[in-house]
Design a protein around this ligand. Sequence first.
Ligand code: PEP
Length: 253
Amino acid sequence: MHPSRRPLIAGNWKMFHGGRSSVELASGVVAFARELPSVDVVVAPPFTALAAIAETLDGSKVGLAAQNLYPKDTGAFTGEISAPFLKECGCAWAIVGHSERRQVFGETDAFVAEKTAAALASDLVPIVCVGETLAQREAGETLRIVKAQVDAVLDVIARASTAVAVAYEPVWAIGTGKTAGPAEAEEVHAAIRSWLERKDPALAARTRILYGGSVKADNAASLLACPNVDGALVGGASLDPGSFGAIARATKG
Ligand code: PEP
């Protein structure tokens, strides 16, 4: 397997733990990550905590991610944060196209592609989120929807020299306690890998495809054992170093 597909466990802290508690949480992550040399661990705190957490992570193997970015470098975009600012703040990663951004803030596939390009232009590794809603799954549209989301970023990620990550996150499984079973997850992961392969076999070989959606300590091992699941994007369970660490220990790494 391509070395860039080593296991990656990323924690999306969403709009939780914005201050001192996020620094404490980051210290707990640093401690467990030290024991897992072959697993890449990344945390995505709220913007307000990034600078403080960059200091906490300094010298550790834990990477810092932004949860979002705006795809212009500077300008009159009140309330927005650019990729160069995030880079300067210590980020090496950026989540783009999370379903909460798509659903609550109306982000389109085209806008997600712009953000992906902006992240790469500032040397941030994008974690591009894709996934279908419950209604789409029930209508048998899962692969069509996910393919459209992947297609939107395909040219951008194929051109990149950096190995990006794609996170398959069925929307119905996020924060709901419902998880795709390993077979359901693997079906979509394998399909994503095949679309990448069709574009460029080297792209398929180097891209990590993460699963996200109610990943917990007790279901992580079976999901992470799937051949095309290279790691996890974890929401709720990443807010506790105990459960986040248990998920990281469940990887193939
Ligand atoms: C997420 O926010 O990306 C996520 C997968 O959340 P949860 O693990 O809480 O479902």
